[in-house]
Design a protein around this ligand. Sequence first.
Ligand code: RB5
Length: 143
Amino acid sequence: MKFYIATDHAGVVIKDDVKEMLKSKGAEVIDLGPDSTDRVNYTDFAHKLSEKVLSDEGSFGILICGTGIGMSLAANKHSGIRAALCHDYYTAEMARAHNDANVLCFGQRVCGLGVVESMIDAWCETSFEGGRHQERVNLIEKF
Ligand code: RB5
């Protein structure tokens, strides 16, 4: 699996831990920044990452801000991006199984590292189920 990862200043502290979690699963990880806790706009990083995921078929994205909300709102402006704001194993599992989400969003101020690890596990272990869910994903794109 290949992941692009980006944060804002409120998500950057756990970025290296998340990268290590992904690498320990054999995933390729490309860090799109930032590299410090200096204030930045989450929109810049959400848009940058969305463009990368859309231009690299089969890749996934991880976006982390304080809550995950701003990142998911911005990323979902891109047609073809299905950014899921997740909070635990179950929401991450369903994001892949039912929504074919290609970007995982969460909040550094919301989720502890153990929960983050469980979301990464769910994301990596779960495939899109297709079928009736594919029809609904198609309707998202149509809208
Ligand atoms: C930054 O303070 C915070 O607003 C941002 O990280 C994010 O939570 C927005 O949705």
